[in-house]
Design a protein around this ligand. Structure first.
Ligand code: MRU
Length: 347
């Protein structure tokens, strides 16, 4: 099962809004359709959004062959600016777009836009391939944290659907499972859009890993009853001090884990770190429409006209994070130091 497939100038996306009821793919032949898919969460999860945006730029550039280089570059940059506005929190989107624009800059001396299109396509493919390699490395590093049979709790979906390969947090879970160190996974349903129920539970069942679905408000009771020994989640943006933005509800789980003496782990590639911001206070939090909260499965579950607050993400402060698993290894507090080291390794 793959969430993103690039072939013959077409980006095929598994429509995640329909899962698990329907396995349906969307064929994107233009960048506008990819932008729409990102906005609608048809493709979602930080690394997957980044890769999708990179291919969107290839699709956009491919339609500009008649333009000479300066205009070509200007138009591609305009498309990039629109793609940047699709979702604000996951920094992988901006990371991937910036990487693509750097490639474009390097081609600026070249008069042939076809050469630039080829270079952009190669760069997008490299982003996707890199995600696969990075997932594998994180899985190996992360699995080393699980040295005995452990029940884990996860929130949202940080699996294959959210990436180009096996996932971040769920990649670690799969590897630790193969090593005999996962007894089962508790999946928070993750209101309002149910990524845990619809996606994580489905993915884990496909992989044959025992999964138990709970509603978000059950996590504390599960911990209180010693039914879970670790929490592992993905991330959308991590600040220089180790504050972590992830799906709304992650912060509450981290507080509960602290109260119960359970380690709270985050698995995220270096592309999820924002080396320009010092703390989570600087992370833009996406707010989505009220109907996501007032309806459930298409049915209205709240009074007409009620006030709604719908932040899609929250920020977990670094003091609640036991470790951050990256492709370079496992980071621990003091995070400022560990992340500064990561900056060196990424350069
Ligand atoms: O709104 P979503 O579904 O895109 O949010 C996704 C998450 O919060 C994931 O946990 C995060 O992107 C990590 S994905 C490997």
């Amino acid at each position: 099962m793959r969430s993103i497939i690039w072939s013959n100038n077409c980006l095929t996306l598994l429509n995640q809004t329909l899962l698990p009821a329907k396995l349906e793919y969307i064929e994107c032949h233009d960048w506008q359709r990819v932008a729409e898919a990102i906005r609608r969460l048809e493709v979602r999860g930080a690394p997957a959004i980044g890769a999708a945006a990179a291919f969107a730029l290839v699709l956009g550039a491919g339609k500009l062959t008649e333009l000479a280089m300066p205009e070509f570059k200007e138009k591609v940059t305009q498309i990039a600016n629109i793609l940047r506005q699709t979702r604000p929190t996951a920094v992988n989107l901006f990371w991937a777009i910036n990487r693509m624009l750097t490639v474009l800059d390097q081609m600026a001396g070249n008069t042939d836009s076809n050469a630039a299109i080829t270079a952009l396509e190669q760069a997008a493919i490299a982003i996707a391939e890199q995600d696969k390699a990075v997932n594998e490395k994180m899985a190996v590093h992360g699995a080393s944290l699980f040295t005995k049979p452990t029940a884990v709790l996860t929130h949202c979906n940080a699996g294959a659907l959210a990436t180009v390969a096996i996932g971040t947090a769920l990649g670690v879970v799969c590897k630790a499972w193969e090593q005999g160190n996962i007894t089962q996974v508790f999946a928070d349903e993750t209101r309002p859009l149910l990524q845990g129920a619809r996606l994580t539970a489905w993915e884990l069942m496909q992989a044959g890993i025992p999964v138990t679905l709970i509603t978000d408000n059950m996590a504390g009771w599960i911990m209180k009853n010693n039914m879970v020994q670790a929490v592992i989640v993905g991330a959308d943006r991590i600040a220089l001090n180790g504050d972590v933005a992830n799906k709304i509800g992650t912060y509450s789980v981290a507080v509960l884990a602290k109260e119960h003496g359970i380690p709270f782990y985050v698995a995220a590639p270096s592309s999820t770190f924002d080396f320009t911001i010092h703390s989570g206070a600087d992370i833009p939090i996406e707010e989505r429409c009220a109907t996501e909260v007032t309806s459930l499965g298409g049915n209205c579950v709240a009074p007409q006209g009620v006030n709604v607050f719908n932040p899609a993400f929250d920020v977990t402060p670094n003091n609640l994070v036991a470790a951050i698993i990256t492709e370079y290894g496992i980071l621990r507090t003091p995070y400022n130091q560990a992340i500064n080291q990561l900056v060196q390794e990424c350069n």
